[in-house]
Design a protein around this ligand. Sequence first.
Ligand code: NI
Length: 174
Amino acid sequence: MTYEIKKYGEQVLKKKAEPVTEFGEGLKKIFDDMLETMYSFNGVGLAANQVGILKQMIVIDTAKEENRVILRLANPVVTSVSKEKVTYEEGCLSFPGIFEKIDRPSKITVEAQDPEGNKIKIEAEDFLAIVLQHEIDHLNGVVFIDRMSPARRIMHGKELKELKTETKNRIKDK
Ligand code: NI
């Protein structure tokens, strides 16, 4: 099954997700449904907040990259970052139509748990590092527009306002 994606203007995107404490089949099903949802919108990453689940869960599939990586991570934490930064144009399924260049550390280490609860450590750079940081931000209630420079954010002001109004109207109609 696929979930509905929560869009800019919904409070759940600003909330911190809770740690995952139960692992196994039930959790795997949520990860798979998150992946299915992400694929249906051609995304490369999705955080549970974005489907209204306040659990520390993210999925990633860097399908278009040379070294394809598919990740289902519970409780991911960035444990180290490089001083060196890299700039990518980012988008987000919760902000359809909005794209902007964001600077982030180019190399990071992430510690997390797999769907069975096993501890894993990931050394990531460039595109994968960026996607991981973007998704882990979501779990802390941080979205990519929070990482934009004030000038860039002002530049997207009209689009953001329209998106928020759309979201408010959709919630009201339910
Ligand atoms: Ni996002």
